[in-house]
Design a protein around this ligand. Structure first.
Ligand SMILES: [Zn+2]
Ligand SMILES: [Zn+2]
Length: 211
């Protein structure tokens, strides 16, 4: 599936790469991880608060939908990573897009400014998702979308600390090892970052021997 990534991208633990010759685009391709996490957390709190305080949704239902939103995000995270970021690009243009979106991260896994989508893009996507989910599920959006956004923040946070820090001596070490295997041993496995749940379900857990 990910032959291109396998062949062309040897991980380099130092350095970075310029993606765009245009300096504004290049700057926009970088962000400190706390920028999107802060924006999206504020958006999530705002949406759930507005929904509850205006009577669009009850507290209990909001909490349940919040968790449904989080789980849904983790599934999307898995599917996008496995089937979009790691698909074999059929044209050079697609290969360039794939490289900019994910290949560059496999080549420079410790380039900390490139661990999140540019905040402008994630903000725009959040607004689009609000209207899309509203259309699909009505007022349930006030619980579901905040959970979905916090799921994305959890993914960003886990991904950042996995690449920025040494593994801790607690339960979270599992996530370090899991994502490390994806980067350094087997690009075809361990696609889940915020949890290995969907790797279990879809049979892409790392082989025992590779641990
Ligand atoms: Zn990957
Ligand atoms: Zn990574």
């Amino acid at each position: 599936m990910s032959q291109t990534l396998q062949k062309n991208t040897k991980p380099t633990n130092k350095g970075t790469k310029q993606l765009f010759s245009n300096p504004i685009l290049e700057k926009l391709s970088r962000t400190h991880i706390m920028v999107p996490i802060s924006i999206l957390t504020i958006a999530a709190i705002g949406v759930i608060y507005w929904g509850i305080s205006n009577g669009a949704i009850g507290v209990l239902l909001a909490v349940i939908l919040f968790f449904v939103g989080m789980i849904t995000f983790s599934l999307i995270e898995y599917l996008v990573h496995r089937y979009v970021f790691h698909m074999v690009p059929s044209t050079p243009a697609r290969e360039k897009i794939q490289y900019s979106v994910h290949g560059v991260h496999h080549e420079f896994p410790k380039d900390k400014d490139r661990l999140a989508m540019p905040p402008l893009m994630s903000s725009a996507i959040t607004v689009i998702l609000f209207f899309l989910f509203r259309l699909i599920m009505g007022n349930a959006v006030f619980g579901f979308l905040p959970g979905f956004l916090i799921g994305y923040c959890a993914y960003l946070g886990v991904h950042y600390i996995v690449h920025a820090y040494q593994p801790p001596k607690n339960i979270f070490k599992v996530l370090w090892i899991h994502h490390g295997i994806h980067h350094y041993k087997d690009h075809e496995r361990a696609f889940g970052v915020s949890s290995p749940l969907w790797d279990y379900i879809f049979g892409t857990m790392p082989k025992q021997t590779s641990r």
